[in-house]
Design a protein around this ligand. Sequence first.
Ligand SMILES: [Zn+2]
Length: 315
Amino acid sequence: MNRAGWKAILRTLWQTSMVGAWTLVTVQAATVRIDTSRAPALKAWADSTETIAREWYPRLGNLLATTQDHPLPNVSIRVNPDFKGVAAASWSSIQISANWISQHPEDSRGAVIHELVHVVQAYPPNKVGWLTEGIADYLRYAIYEALPLSEFPRPEKPQGYLDSYKVTAGFLFWLECDRAPGIVRQLNTALRLGEYQETLFSERTGRGLNDLWSDYLTALRPLPNLPRDPQIWRHAKGSFEHKTNGNWTEFENGKPVWNFIEMSRTPQYIEIVDGTRNLRLRLASPMVQLISKSGWSTLYTGEWSAPSSTKPPAN
Ligand SMILES: [Zn+2]
C-alpha cells in the first residue's frame, strides 16, 4: 500500500473514533435527582416525580432545541422545608417548598416541569420576563398537562399578554395553533441568543403584538346563540338577508349586491359562501367574520335584527 492509501485508512479510523466519541457524549442523557433528605416524609412523592422529571427533561430540551450547541446540565431538585416561595430555579438547581408540596400535591409536578423549562431556557438577562414565564407555563400547561385552550385565563384588557405565566401561555398556545405554528421555539432561540425583538411577532404574522392579543380575545370570546329565526343581520352600511330559497343576499345602501349560499349552521353562527368571489363568512352577533389564510377575523360589527326593523343599529 502506498502512503496515500495508509493516510486514507488512518483518516477513516480517526473519523470513526470521533463519531464514536461524539455519539457516546450525546446519548448520555442528563439526569434529574430529587433530594428529600430534609423532608423524608415526601420520599414517595419524590420517587414518582423523579421518574416523570427524567422522562420530560430531555423532551423539554428537544421542544426548545436551538441550532446552537446547548447540552442539558444534570439537575438537582432540593425539597426544602424552609423555602418561603413555591419553587425556583437557579442555573441547574431547583428548590421547591416542602409545605407547598404537602398542601398542593396535584400542582407540584407541574411546578417541577415549569422549573425544568427554566433550566433548559438558560437565557441571558433580558427585559421580557413575561415571555420567559409564559414559555415555561406554555410547556407546563399546554404540553405537559394538555389543558384545553379555552381553560387558560384571558383578561379582557389591552396588552393582557404582559400578565405573564398562564395568561401569556394561553396566548402562545393560540399563536401556535392558529397564527404562527412553531413561534415558541423561534422565540426561545431569539431569547437564548439575546436577539429577541418584539418585531418577531409582526414578521411572523403581519400583525403587531397588541393587535394579536386583541385577535386572540375575539377568537376565544364565546358568541351568543342565534335568535330563534334569524332573518336579517345588520351593520352600519348594509345587511345580510335570508331569502325564501334558504340562501342569503348582501345589501348595501338598500340594494342587493351579492348572493351567498348557506353552508352550515351552529347554535352561534351561520356560515355562508359566495363561490364567485371565493368568500366564506360567518354571520354571528356581534360581528361578521371572514376566513382568510391567517384565520377568522372581523369584517363588520353589527347584530341580528327583526325583519320589521328598518333602522341599522348604532355601530
Ligand atoms: Zn418561572
